[in-house]
Write a protein that binds this ligand. Structure first.
Ligand code: CA
Length: 414
């Protein structure tokens, strides 16, 4: 499934993203090469293609011509879409940037201001008030940063000029036109991120049309102008992504000495009884709570960093945006807004790995016959599995974590 929102997905691709700039969905970075051949390059060509696509999608082709007439390109969005960010951050840096004392305080006060609304949304969709407030805080600083770019202009520019993924942008542009046609938000007033994410909780247009709700009952799904519509739509998205009412996202745990870190592979999820039998406890020393939900062990910074047991609610946050640092930031900010403390275990003192190093790590693993799914600098599940296999041969904890130390070891091995 595509990410719901535009924010921060470049984390997966680049290991970091600016908090002030919305990033494109991960899929943007891995284009189908054949798209280059057929992409319309002029506005007239684009309008012709879009009219055909609109007809197929049940959007009035006249809307295409009307909204795109007088189009002026927005040059900076192409640069934003195609540049590889140099802002490399570790999970620790990323989480502490987003879960700042200021954002925690502001979250509490925003929750207080909107208590009645957020309670109603919680009751309707089952997503707890703290997580929902935190998501709002991470996406747009509680509505203070909705984006500055005209969405139709941005998406049209990208559809014409981002030759790596023109079909993706045309699809989002078509969905933006559908929003206009339905009267939810007018084309001129539709402002968002450079990638076209809209409103308080930054929905891409395709997500908007599938999951946005009119919670304040004025007949329009106005994710920009209405806090009620924005927050309820996010809750609706999470509910459709498997969010389980009445359950937390997970919690920090301590892992006993001698633990088999191969169990930190993302699947399968296991019962809390399973984890209890292997000696895991809540950070701080309490026994694991009772929960019917299955959990997996998450080690965002490897065996030397904080460890978490996370469940399907954490998975729902990852469907909102498929980057562990993002989901952990939302989850933790929610806990902090609720009055919880910081992480018990310190993050390891380890620098972020630049893309070139991540690629070299993959190259060296591949040279040992391990499948990393390519040498793209993206640390996905295949690369993590390859790391686990290598760690096993070295008698290291099999945490699947790419670290500068691991790269050093691989370099020394030639
Ligand atoms: Ca409304």
């Amino acid at each position: 499934m595509k990410p719901a929102v535009g924010f921060l997905s470049l984390l997966l691709v680049c290991g970091g993203a600016q908090a002030t700039e919305k990033a494109a969905p991960k899929s943007v970075a891995t284009p189908p090469p054949q798209a280059v051949v057929t992409a319309p390059r002029t506005l007239d060509e684009l309008i012709a293609v879009m009219e055909r696509e609109a007809r197929k999608a049940g959007v009035d082709p006249a809307t295409v011509r009307r909204v795109l007439a007088g189009f002026e390109r927005l040059p900076e969005v192409v640069e934003l879409a195609t540049s590889q960010t140099e802002h490399e951050r570790t999970v620790a840096q990323y989480v502490s940037l987003l879960v700042s004392a200021e954002r925690i305080e502001l979250g509490r006060s925003r929750l207080g201001e909107h208590q009645r609304l957020i309670t109603e949304i919680e009751t309707r969709y089952g997503v707890d008030r703290h997580t929902l407030t935190a998501l709002w805080g991470v996406e747009t600083r509680y509505g203070a940063a909705l984006g500055t770019r005209p969405v139709v202009r941005a998406l049209t520019t990208l559809a014409l000029e981002d030759l790596r993924r023109p079909e993706f942008w045309r699809g989002e542009l078509l969905q933006a036109l559908r929003i206009v046609e339905r009267g939810d938000i007018a084309a001129v007033g539709m402002i968002g991120s450079w990638a076209g994410a809209i409103g308080h909780t930054q929905f891409m247009p395709s997500t908007f049309n599938r999951f946005a709700v009119d919670f304040d009952g004025d007949g329009r799904r106005d994710l920009m102008g209405s806090v009620a519509d924005g927050l309820a739509s996010a809750a609706n998205y999470l509910a459709h992504s498997g969010w389980q009412r009445g359950e937390p996202w997970g919690f920090e745990v301590t892992v006993p000495d001698g633990f088999d870190y191969a169990l930190s592979a993302p699947t399968p999820l296991r019962s809390l009884v399973f984890w209890k039998e292997r000696g895991l406890k809540r950070a701080g020393g309490d026994a694991l709570p009772a929960s019917a939900l299955e959990h997996r062990l998450l080690l965002p910074a490897g065996a030397n960093g904080p460890a978490f047991l996370v469940n399907r609610n954490f998975g729902a946050l990852l469907r909102y945006n498929p980057a562990v640092p993002y989901a952990l930031a939302v989850a933790h900010l929610g806990d902090r807004i609720a009055g919880g403390g910081g992480f018990v275990k310190a993050w390891p003192d380890e620098p972020a790995m630049p893309r070139a190093d991540r690629q070299e790590l993959q190259e060296r693993l591949a040279a040992l016959g391990l499948d990393t799914g390519g040498v793209d600098g993206i640390i996905g599940s295949l690369t993590r599995n390859a790391i686990r296999s290598y760690q096993k041969t070295q008698g290291l904890p099999e945490d699947g974590h790419p670290s500068p130390g691991l790269l050093e070891r691989l370099r020394a091995q030639r």
